[in-house]
Design a binder for this molecule. Structure first.
Ligand code: GLC
Length: 813
């Protein structure tokens, strides 16, 4: 961290007393005697934006994080003036501004404190760099908890931690290491069952102190730029996270194949090895949709080239793989090899697309190809040029996905492992040094890549992923947690980091399953697969230096178990796809940490092993060697053991048996879980019937199902199907009401129902109030399975002749 002496500052400066106040339709601006301005924008009834200017001049209002399409609008915006305090009132919150010192307090409408300020806004002038070191101190009430901040490899609850955000290449990182690949300056706080969020939209290195230095103080500050942050009121964590995700955007639907299993290694080459790999997957009937090619597919690690000795005809290879149901995903790094007659290098040089040092020379640094120059992705022209480079790779050769790496940006053998701070960036016309652009460099590369891949895969959907990212970068790319290690601690970390990223707006995430560095035992690999199938992105990747990490590399037992789990992922694809749709449409995280699922239960505040996959499946990975089970905390409600239908009442801990072939998975009672038959890859077979696993409940529960063509953009024109299933059960009767929205017509005509935990024998069945014979439904009383035509409004099973006709309720969801 930079100290005051280094900055040669005059120490902390404060806003002082308010002199004047102006307001318009959606903002209030305060000016103080010390020439500080504070502008508070009301974005929504629950979202306020705070901006401070220290010389009475605001910076150009520009943000890479905020989604331009995010909707604003509020019901109420009222201002009350009283001696020494101005109050802004919306229909959700009150914000009080002290006119003596500009300190802020935010309260709910019942006057409960949400958050108040300690020192409030203050700053130090930076003589060395110009501008300010901008700071905010808030008070923290006892018992407050903090969650979020992206990919931090540390305990899920951030209380007591001091962390900073500066994207860094950290090979084989360790637990509690501070700076990693991503910078997401957003956290959610929870106290007294009230949740709120702070999004500090500042791309300089930022720092957060969650009551580490002082027990009742939260601080966040940046090494430059403006104090510019969004306050997001809950009171539910879910409200905070979805509002933040809405503000910073969500991606489009991925092609469904991208939710299948991916196999990767540094590196699979030559072509014959790739083909053998593909053949082996099919021979063993181990489902797999994508094979990733790492840097060795290139000629001398030069981006957009192929090593013709290893890959003499890439187009043909990609086509052959495609025929077998594999998509090819390739890596692309930012460093462009300095080589006079290398086409990409020449183009960038001629157009002045490379980053320069302060005094003019190009930014030169070593990465895989040796000495490189680096495109300035913060320049819109550079992004456009870069997107066009995918024409051949994607448009002609047929590669279906691109994976961006080393874009923190990583530079080898230099202090700080990145660009020096004086490097200049365009920053979309807001010219600046690397101090400001560093944290968004990877995001802007990912953005350009995404647009290129999107353009040339059209009319299909693109798949892109990135290692470095910034808040809002989820709009463009999936991501993974980087260069982890094959250790049990890293399995724990993968679980924690992916949940944290899901609470930070970045749901499309996974880890290098099995570990990138070093080699896992068969047991560790199995347990990691058992976790990885529940991560939105599911890829085995390894450095390749320490033996093989294909699922068959650990013997027959591991192969059989992991295949069973990957098949389970493929069966659960309609369920995962539905959760993805909720993420895309509503910003709902695909994985829900327990505290998100039930914040009223204080036990969840520190329970981070367990999580909810989608809305109704509880997962608790095994994270230790040689164990035959573990204690699992069950959130409130009742849960069926996925493996044997045993019903357990939540709100407490249970011992759960988990021999190697069984990982703890539970289903919420009343849930209706959609499933596909097992496939070797997405769309291998035409689905003839969708499975619906119904879990009996004495009560009601709503489940949903989103479907579309699995690829393409028709879903945006209404050709999707969104079904709501309302389950109601009581001893002697169950009722399922179905409601459908959207124009998409699924290829299958039947549903295969299986009812779990039914406490009575079915004697009668009714479809839309008409009795139908159980025989006509192929009903099998032994496992309570049956076949139902997909179009029904109401389905009813009873233990005796039913008394009344049921009125079909209007769908109110
Ligand atoms: C970086 C990536 C890793 C990749 C390697 C070689 O370490 O994080 O996934 O395999 O570079 O490209």
């Amino acid at each position: 961290m930079i100290t005051s002496t280094e900055l040669e500052t005059k120490g902390n400066l404060f806003p002082g007393e308010v002199e004047s106040l102006e307001w318009d339709g959606n903002s209030v601006t305060f000016s103080t005697k010390n020439n500080v301005m504070l502008r508070i924008h009301v974005l929504r009834d629950s979202i306020l934006r705070f901006r401070y200017a220290t010389d009475g001049i605001f910076e150009n209002d520009f943000s890479y994080a905020i989604d331009k399409d995010s909707m604003h609008g509020f019901n109420k915006f009222q201002i009350e003036e009283a001696p020494f305090v101005i109050t802004i009132i919306t229909s959700k919150i009150k914000c009080k501004i002290s006119t003596t010192d500009l300190k802020i307090g935010i309260y709910d409408l019942q006057d409960n404190v949400i958050v108040e300020e300690e020192m409030g806004f203050h700053w130090e002038e930076s003589f060395k760099y110009g501008g300010n070191f901008v700071k905010m101190n808030k008070t923290s009430v006892d018992g407050e908890n903090f969650f979020g901040l992206g990919d931090k490899p540390t305990n899920f609850n951030l209380k007591g931690k001091k962390l900073s955000l500066w994207n860094k290449d950290q090979f084989a990182f360790n637990k509690d290491l501070d700076e990693l690949y991503k910078a997401v300056p957003f956290y959610t706080a929870l106290h007294s069952n009230i949740a709120y969020g702070i999004f500090f939209d500042n791309s300089f290195r930022t720092h957060f102190d969650f009551c580490q230095e002082k027990r009742n103080e939260v601080k966040f500050w940046a090494e430059g730029g403006e104090m510019n942050y969004y306050f997001i009121y809950g009171p539910k964590i879910a409200d905070v996270v979805t509002s933040y995700t809405h503000l910073t955007g969500t991606p489009g639907m991925p092609p469904m194949w991208a939710l299948g299993y991916h196999q990767s290694k540094w590196s699979y080459f030559p072509e014959s090895r790739v083909n053998e790999l593909a053949a082996k997957f099919r021979e063993l009937q181990f489902p797999c949709d994508a094979i990733h090619l790492d840097i060795d597919y290139m000629e001398d690690y030069k981006c957009f080239t192929w090593n013709k000795r290893h890959f003499p005809n890439p187009k043909l290879m990609v086509e052959n793989l495609e025929e077998k149901g594999f998509k090819t995903v390739v890596i692309i790094d930012p460093g462009i090899k300095i080589e006079a007659d290398y086409k990409i290098f020449k183009e960038a040089l001629e157009n002045d697309y490379f980053c320069r040092r302060a005094d003019g020379p190009f930014m030169r640094g070593k990465v895989w190809p040796g000495e490189c120059y680096f495109p300035d992705f913060t320049n819109p022209k550079v992004r456009e040029w870069w997107a066009g480079l995918f024409k051949e790779l994607v448009g002609e050769i047929g590669v279906k996905g691109v994976w961006n790496d080393m874009n923190e940006p990583a530079v080898m053998e230099v202090p700080g492992k990145t660009f020096p701070m004086d490097v200049r960036h365009n920053y979309d016309g807001n010219y600046c040094s690397h101090r400001k652009a560093h944290n968004v460099y990877g995001m802007q590369m990912a953005r350009a890549t995404h647009h290129g891949v999107q353009k040339y895969t059209f009319p299909k959907r693109p798949f892109t992923m990135t290692r470095a990212n910034f808040a809002g970068g989820q709009r463009y790319c999936a991501t993974w947690t980087g260069d982890n290690i094959a250790s049990w601690e890293h399995l724990w970390l993968a679980n924690t980091q992916v949940q944290r990223l899901c609470l930070s707006g970045m749901s499309f995430t996974g880890s290098d399953i099995g570990g990138f560095a070093e080699q896992p035992s068969g047991e560790l690999f199995t347990r990691w697969i058992q976790l990885g199938i529940f991560h939105p992105f599911c890829r085995v990747h390894s450095s390749g230096d320490h033996g093989n990490q294909e699922p068959w590399s650990f013997g027959e037992e591991v192969l059989n178990i992991t295949r069973e789990y990957i098949r389970l992922r493929y069966q659960l694809l309609p369920y995962l796809y539905t959760a993805f749709y909720q993420y895309v449409e509503e910003g709902i995280p695909i994985l829900k940490p327990l505290v998100y699922f039930d914040q009223e239960d204080v036990h969840t505040y520190y329970r981070s092993d367990e999580f909810i996959f989608g809305n109704q499946i509880l997962v608790c990975p095994i994270q230790d060697a040689n164990v035959q089970g573990r204690r699992v905390y069950f959130p409130r409600g009742k849960w069926y053991n996925f493996w044997n239908d045993e019903l357990l009442t939540g709100g407490k801990e249970y011992w759960v048996d988990a021999p190697l072939e069984r990982s703890p998975i539970f289903v919420k009672e009343g849930a209706i879980i959609p499933k596909f038959p097992v496939q070797n890859y997405v769309d291998e077979i035409e689905i003839e019937a969708l499975f619906l696993d119904v879990y009996y409940k004495d009560g009601s529960e709503t489940s949903i199902l989103y479907e579309d063509a699995h690829d393409g953009y028709d879903y945006k024109k209404g050709r999707y199907s969104f079904k709501t299933f309302k389950f109601r059960g009581k001893p002697g009767e169950i009722v399922i009401q179905q409601h459908k929205d959207g124009k998409y017509i699924t290829s299958y005509n039947y549903l295969k129902l299986r009812i779990h935990g039914l406490p009575f024998e079915i004697e009668k069945a009714y479809l839309d109030n008409e009795e139908v014979s159980l025989k006509s439904l192929d009903y099998n009383p032994a496992d309570r399975t049956m076949k139902i035509p997909k179009m029904f409004d109401l389905l009813q099973f009873t233990s005796a002749v039913k008394a009344d006709r049921i009125e079909i309720e209007e769908n109110t969801d």
